[in-house]
Ligand binder design. Structure first.
Ligand SMILES: *Cc1c(COP(=O)(O)O)cnc(C)c1O
Length: 351
């Protein structure tokens, strides 16, 4: 399963879904019914789609109409679904083995659900799954092992288990515990876009490449005198004559204030962001004059210098997925295959 929720972690849901399906993914995972409908409308294949998050039972008729599989999140949810649905729908039952968000928490709850299902032919349970809390923690694997063992205990009470798709592994489990037999399917989100964590790259059983770069340009370049303030609040003050470049990316594009201490690449060199990041632009301190239009790289490579997303994430003390998934629709996405541009999507114009 290719997990393409949250605009495929910021990369662009439809393009990534398409690429994943053409590369062999047989399921797509999303977080909401709206995301599922958007994928269903844009992809020609009638590929199975699972909504991994909550879908209100009153929308089950919509899910059913568009052949979208939803998640059974609790006994209460199943009861409500059984009470109101008028047509068959498919769902995967989520088991809570320790993440303590969605899912049945006890064997008794699962037995109750199985009884409700057996009495209502509209409730078509086609899968069983759980989700790990610590699959990327290589220092302490015990909680991961406990969750996996607990999942086996739950599976023992599922009738007709072989008719159902059993799954539990996210990127961390799949990449860092490759010795485990993960049942019928793995659910890969962040691993689709490259090695999720530089420090753990050596554990991955096959090579993964970074797939993403973020570039802009210098749109205005000017030389300031010493003691001039830059940006809102005048937070930065020049100490000597200094070349300053303005770049048309700001926090509304997802380049948050917390990324202020990070660098960008200009002319193959690392240069600092100076002053407060504005909604639509930011400023960088340049070692010399550069022409307007010069490329500014936020994530990616220029000459011998590279900035990877992990560096930004670490400085901002955020997981890498948080950096990517907050990159907004205002940034046009350019898709490249074998060195050539295959499509450019402007998600604002298309929405
Ligand atoms: C987001 C999500 C995934 C994918 O997680 P990654 O760690 O990005 O691979 C898998 N399963 C569920 C239930 C999810 O919500």
């Amino acid at each position: 399963m290719a997990v393409v929720k949250a605009n495929a972690y910021g990369y662009g849901m439809v393009e990534i879904a398409r690429a994943a399906v053409s590369a062999g993914a047989t399921w797509l995972g999303v977080a909401t019914l709206d995301e599922a409908l958007a994928v269903r409308a844009r992809l020609s294949q009638n590929i199975p789609i699972l909504v991994l998050g909550y879908v209100a039972p009153e929308y089950l008729s919509v899910a059913s109409r568009y052949n979208i599989t939803v998640t059974g999140v609790s006994v209460e949810w199943i009861q409500e679904a059984a009470r109101i649905v008028q047509q068959p729908f498919n769902f995967h039952l989520k088991i809570d083995t320790g993440l303590n968000r969605l899912g049945c928490k006890t064997i008794d709850e699962v037995r109750t659900v199985m009884t409700i299902i057996s009495l209502n032919p509209n409730l078509n349970c086609t899968g069983i799954f759980t989700h790990f809390a610590t699959s990327e923690d290589m220092q302490n694997k015990s909680y991961f092992h406990r969750q996996l063992a607990s999942f086996y205990d739950f599976l023992d009470v599922i009738p007709n288990r072989t008719d159902k798709i059993i799954h539990c592994a996210n990127s961390g489990a799949t990449l860092y515990h490759p010795e485990k037999p993960f049942f019928d399917m793995v659910r890969l989100g962040k691993a689709l876009m490259g090695p999720p964590n530089e420090a753990l790259k050596y554990l991955i059983p096959f090579e993964l490449q970074h797939t993403f770069s973020l570039h802009s340009i210098l749109d205005v370049v000017k030389q300031l005198d010493a003691n001039e303030k830059i940006g809102y609040g005048g937070e930065y003050m020049t100490t000597e004559k200094q070349w300053i470049g303005t770049v048309p990316i700001g926090y509304a594009d997802g380049w948050h204030q917390q990324f202020k201490t990070s660098y960008v690449l200009v002319g193959g060199k690392r240069v600092p962001i100076v002053g407060r990041i504005s909604m639509d632009q930011l400023t960088v301190a340049l070692p010399q004059e550069y022409p307007v239009g010069t490329r500014v790289t936020f994530i990616g490579r220029q000459g011998n210098e590279t900035i990877i997303a992990d560096e930004i994430a670490q400085k901002a003390n955020q997981p890498r997925s948080e950096v990517f998934s907050s990159l907004s629709n205002r940034l046009p996405r350019v898709y490249i295959q074998d060195g050539s541009v295959i499509s450019i999507r402007n998600l604002i114009l298309e929405s």
